[in-house]
Design a protein around this ligand. Sequence first.
Ligand code: A3P
Length: 384
Amino acid sequence: MFVMSIWGTSLSLSSRSLAIALVLCLTLLYFSYSFNACLLASISRSLQQSNLRNLLSLTSTPRNESSSISSSSSSNDSATPAATPLANTTGSTGSDSTSNVPAAVGIASSSDGSPKYQLLRQPGLRPSRHLPDTLIIGVKKSGTRALLEFIRLHPDVRAAGSEVHFFDRHYQRGLRWYRHHMPYTIEGQITMEKTPSYFVTKEVPQRVYHMNTATKLLIVVRDPVTRAISDYTQAASKKADMKRFEQLAFVNGSYSVVDTNWGPVKIGVYSRYLERWLLYFPLSQLLFISGERLIMDPAYEIGRVQDFLGLKRVVTEKHFYFNATKGFPCLFKSEARSTPHCLGKTKGRNHPHIDPSAIERLREFYRPFNNKFYQLTGINFAWA
Ligand code: A3P
């Protein structure tokens, strides 16, 4: 009886300790599972973040891009500002997705200083090349490079660095060729290209229309007389024995007949070219940027461009400073360079002295065309 009771007790004791051991084991298993799960989640999170950081820190541009921003060796161009920020004085495309993306798929390196803005794009991080949504079509020597360099400060804008000349010179190569010249973009980024000769080339409006009827068009315009002188200055810089401006702008050496066949004069008849574009695109798809204001108040004009493109206003007056030596607005930093710099030496040249009578005659010549242009655009650019 006694033995039986001891045996009974030890049996109940051992089953209790068995139960306790079982509970302990299960608890241990549960904790070890939770710990491992946490560990795995944290490792995968930090891997993702490090990948993203690598991508964001890439500042070099894709292989087809070359920036025209000057190197710091130019004394004018590199003149560091007395760091005075520019005061606001006035107020059916396909894609070429690839897993073999070069290391230099440059997402603008937080040019607005807000990597957070880019982190929001994490789900769309699969870069591919697209045909442009937006084109800077002209006008030559009106500030097209400045516009491109300023707007591409925006993290949502990616641009081909050099002029591709697809619609005027390389159209026969086809859209696939064109797309290959575009930079890589991620979801939500705008692809942009600038070729100023598009504005004046007859076939281009129809060709752009055939690529994409919704293409947005940016057009920088400047007083056509100053533009002609700028155009001439550029040509003269490449040809030592160039005739004087006055000899080329007029027929027979007198100032009575303007030579409308001379390129620098001809391009300034903006209304003529605009009429061709308006055959294909509504005015609402065109944005006119004042070349004069782009110099006086770049932030204002870039603000308008950002609104037009449906972009958050990221590029502001904080990005610009006025370089008194160069006499133009310059950038604190850009996609290509993180130090203050101006556009290259070929932008913002000194113009030769032109006989004031010749200038007056050209103003008279352009007046009716300018008025027509104001009428077509609904904007009075107030060129003299
Ligand atoms: P000039 O060199 O005759 O002064 P584009 O880029 O279309 O060729 O236009 C060149 C013109 O852009 C220059 O003509 C200059 O007046 C103008 N421009 C506008 N903003 C500028 C800037 N921030 N720096 C240099 N040039 C600028």
